[in-house]
Write a protein that binds this ligand. Structure first.
Ligand code: ZN
Length: 411
């Protein structure tokens, strides 16, 4: 990277001729195919959306997706130990393996109605966009590649992965890249999990999450009055944490999202707990707010043990990490980013670059070039009235842009 920046003129062209790919007869053939494939895209999107896939319960949808991948001429179609399903489209050789990801899980708990409703060109249902549209898009891309007989240098690993949302904590992509059978072969990653076509997520917002249990001896609210109270320690910790100053840029945030505990209104609680979320675009800022939080918990506990009697026992706090998404960034000059931006521009769209928390965090944190690209128009994701637009022209553009990016990156 240093050399490339020091003498760009000496570098081989890292960005393929995107205009040639998009203007080729083969790509025109793919476009015609994509238009004819519209009904199937919508049918598969609805079918997949209506198979619930709550965090840690993606199995039914994973099996259905595995069966779909099997119909697409891939080799080594399989489900790994973590629950990811995948298959390889073989390249002609010589290129670094590209993994294309879309996540199987949704944020919605078991029992949520996932019946798809139609309103005009919109489909509405929890999860229909995030990321079920990404899953359906991936199948259309493979079909279009097959129909137009595209070959790539690199092998492409198409993956429907588990565990992107919430407490899933990126477990699917972590397994894929740290333990899975392709861990040493995957050299670039594209996740299809963004909004509009032009949006390119080039940075991973890191996060750290804790559940902190504050425990003490407990006692009668009247009879044992004066004993240490874990609720006071936790309240003090929350109040002090709320005063921590974080920078607006790089954007850094924190939240106490869940507080719970206690026995009854007339008992000094023996245990209370809180769930805390911290995020930052910057690894250094995330580490700072993390350290500040842990110090605050410690001091709030010490102060409560000083303020009231510990004759029946002391307050103790036990922060447990319940989520950790490493941060990372794909530099602006990385070939994968320049290539993707060139494709977006070739379609007359304006690329926009953002930071977010997606499956790309993991490869980015490992120094593997990675991006998250758009899946097309939609909105209200993570809400019960989530929607995605399936007007044929929009769908065709989503598939075409993603296809061109995959082709250009896979060489
Ligand atoms: Zn998503």
């Amino acid at each position: 990277m240093f050399l490339a920046m020091a003498c760009p003129a000496a570098q081989a062209p890292a960005v393929p001729d995107v205009a040639r790919i998009v203007g080729s007869a083969q790509f025109r053939e793919a476009k015609a195919f994509i238009r004819g494939d519209h009904e199937r895209f919508v049918r598969e999107l609805i079918a997949l959306t209506e198979i619930p896939a709550p965090p840690f319960k993606e199995e039914r949808r994973a099996r259905a997706y595995l069966a779909m991948l099997e119909q697409h001429g891939l080799t080594d179609v399989e489900r790994d130990e973590e629950g990811n399903v995948m298959g390889v489209r073989r390249g002609t050789g010589g290129g670094p393996m590209l993994a294309v990801l879309a996540h199987l899980d949704t944020v919605f708990p078991e029992g949520t109605s996932v019946k798809v409703r139609r309103e005009g060109t919109r489909l509405l249902a929890p999860g229909v966009g995030d990321d079920t549209r990404g899953l359906a898009l991936m199948l259309s891309i493979i079909r279009a590649m097959n129909a137009a007989t595209f070959t790539t240098r690199a092998d492409i690993l198409f993956v429907g992965n588990v565990g992107e949302e919430g407490e899933g904590d990126l477990r699917g992509v972590k397994y894929l890249l740290r333990k899975g059978k392709y861990k040493d072969r995957i050299k670039q990653v594209i996740a299809i999990d963004g909004g509009e076509q032009g949006s390119i997520t080039r940075g991973g917002v890191g996060s750290k999450r804790y559940r902190v249990a504050f425990k003490g001896p407990g006692g009668h609210s009247y009879g044992a009055f004066g004993l240490v109270n874990p609720a006071y320690a936790m309240a003090a910790a929350i109040a002090r944490f709320s005063d921590v100053q974080v920078p607006a840029s790089p954007k850094t945030t924190f939240n106490v999202g869940v507080v719970t505990g206690g026995t009854s209104v007339n008992s000094i609680p023996s245990a209370v707990s809180m769930d805390v979320d911290m995020r930052s675009e910057s690894c250094a800022e995330l580490a700072k707010v993390d350290a500040a939080f842990l110090a605050i918990v410690k001091s709030a506990v010490a102060d409560e043990n000083r303020a009231r009697s510990t004759r029946e026992g002391r307050i103790e706090a036990d922060p447990t990490v319940i989520g950790e998404r490493p941060c990372g960034e794909t530099p602006m000059e990385a070939p994968i980013l320049k290539t993707t931006a060139a494709v977006v521009q070739a379609f007359g769209l304006k690329p926009s670059y953002g930071f977010s928390s997606t499956d790309s965090n993991i490869p980015m944190s490992m120094g593997i070039p990675a991006l998250t690209i758009g899946r097309g128009p939609g909105g209200r994701s993570h809400s019960p009235d989530e929607w995605t637009d399936v007007a044929p022209a929009g769908v065709a553009q989503s598939v075409e842009v993603a296809l061109a990016i995959v082709l250009a990156v896979a060489g």
